[in-house]
Write a protein that binds this ligand. Structure first.
Ligand code: NAD
Length: 459
């Protein structure tokens, strides 16, 4: 096994940097040191942990230029968005620096006058975290910050496509005064081999994973062998419902923000756009006009809206979805073809219908497929007709409809006239095949806390 591997820039195909390729020995060493470091970290005061997190946050903000550039170079995110992601990622660290001090317990009245019943949250233990390539900073901090705040130690394995940002975050952690064994990043092109060490180790008490449903299911089964706590943030297949009474310009603006962010490679990207027949034609025409104006190009150029797809596999999936839709009768109002390298044109499809792959699977690319509908119930049934349940969006100016539809949608997150609901204070996560547990807000830290019940009988 080679000692290092190359991280490639998807915009140029060139190597950005070589990073260590960990194997079993390195994984065992990381697990051992995380386990040994746990008691001392847990036993520090919440104020000390908070202060280190706060310094980490400040360093991330100061390092925005470098972090953003690394991110763009390793996975092709347009630089303006990379800058936004650094701030978003840092905001989780800031939030949990504050939240560390608010891990309260409870007291419960007993039916016996001589008893005192206490419920005390405590850190679950050393954590193994696995993250995807599409948010190289935010997926790291959304896990690491609450875990570290709670008193857990963390070994984080980033995706092999985008480990450079995670490595930089680890350097900043140390610069902030964070102990090296408390937060470690381990990079490898053998994720199954490296992960097996953590799954076999009973003292690793928690798996937190973000990535595809397929891999999440596999990892959860392995974590079950040693009964670890498990959080899973998995795939999405977000529906975007536009009703006749929607504000057309706002709906178009927000669908573009949701659909084309990160070149369509986010788990909450609008993946299926259902538009009621009264507004359908006007919506499709307006969307096509806006998408025609999106600039595809070098992700390091601040004027670029749409960059390359992350790798050949990602590119080929997008291309296959579009070919399949066109062959089955859809029309491309804009785009529809693949361009040089890993680029795919921003695309708007109309006449999309059930049975097309694009309506069944996550596309993960800059393609907006529009489906016409007549009745509200029809749109809700179509939106719910998927194994996934991460994010859903609806556009209406009717308050009753907004409540009824959002209550009927089987999703963990619903945006009402809001295409970008994710924020550090709110619980992010899915239902059904989109996952277990929540990240963000006061709920995010609970994933890293066990409850200890202490019953005290007075003499
Ligand atoms: P992926 O499942 O291929 O990989 C995710 C991580 O799992 C990577 O670190 C990878 O190295 C690791 N991995 C892969 N196979 C493994 C194995 N056999 N054993 C151990 N580890 C293994 O996903 P991806 O392509 O990196 O990311 C895209 C997916 O992530 C999409 O489905 C997207 O919807 C999902 N995602 C979900 C969220 C969310 O919060 N729900 C956020 C971002 C991305």
């Amino acid at each position: 096994m080679s000692a290092t591997f190359d991280v490639q820039n998807p915009a140029t195909g060139r190597c950005v940097q070589s990073v260590p390729n960990a194997g079993l020995a390195e994984a065992r060493a990381a697990a051992k040191s995380a386990i040994e470091a746990f008691p001392a970290w847990r036993d520090r005061s919440a104020y000390e942990r908070s202060a280190i997190l706060r310094r980490w946050f400040n360093l991330m903000i100061q390092d925005e230029d470098r972090l953003a550039r690394l991110m763009t170079e390793e996975m092709g995110k347009p630089i303006t968005e990379s800058r936004g992601e650094v701030k978003y990622a840092a905001a989780f660290v800031e939030w949990y620096a504050e939240e560390a001090k608010r891990v309260y317990g409870e007291t419960v009245p007993s039916q016996f006058t001589h008893k005192r019943l206490l419920v005390r949250p405590q850190a679950v233990g050393p954590v193994y975290a696995v993250t995807p390539w599409n948010f190289p900073a935010a997926m790291v901090t959304r896990k690491a910050a609450p875990a570290l705040a709670a008193g857990c130690t963390v070994v984080l394995k980033p995706a092999e496509q985008s480990p450079l940002t995670a490595i930089r975050l680890e350097e900043l952690w140390r610069e902030a005064g964070g102990p090296a064994d408390v937060f470690q990043v381990i990079t490898t092109v053998e994720p199954a081999l490296v992960s097996s060490v953590f799954f076999d180790e009973p003292a690793i008490r928690k798996l937190t994973f973000t990535g595809s449903t397929e891999v999440g299911v596999l990892l959860a089964a392995q974590a079950a062998k040693t009964v670890k706590r498990v959080s899973l943030e998995l795939g999405g297949h977000a529906p975007f419902l536009v009703f006749d009474d929607a504000d057309l310009d706002l709906a178009v603006r927000e669908v573009v923000a949701s659909k084309f962010r990160n070149t369509g490679q986010t788990c909450v990207c609008a993946n299926r756009i259902y538009v009621q027949s009264g507004i359908h034609d006007a919506f499709a025409a307006r969307l096509a006009e806006v998408v025609r104006g999106l600039r595809m190009g070098d992700p390091l150029d601040a004027a670029t809206n749409v960059g390359p797809l992350v790798d050949q596999q990602g590119h080929d999936k997008v291309s296959a979805h579009v070919r399949d839709a066109l062959a089955r009768g859809a029309t491309a109002l804009v785009g529809g073809t693949s361009r040089e390298g890993l680029y795919f044109e921003p695309t708007v499809l109309t006449g999309v219908a059930p049975g097309m792959r694009i309506l069944e699977e996550e596309t993960f690319g800059p393609v907006a497929p529009i489906v016409r509908f007549e009745r509200d119930a029809e749109a809700v049934a179509a939106a719910n007709g998927t194994p996934f349940g991460l994010a859903a969006y609806l556009w209406t100016r009717d308050l009753s409809r907004a409540f009824r539809v959002s209550e009927a949608l089987d999703f963990g997150i619903v945006g009402v006239n809001d295409g970008v609901p994710s924020t550090p204070q709110a619980p992010f996560g899915g239902v059904k095949a989109s996952g277990l547990g929540r990240e963000g807000g006061k709920w995010g830290i609970e994933e890293y806390l066990d409850l200890k019940y202490v019953s005290i009988a007075l003499a």
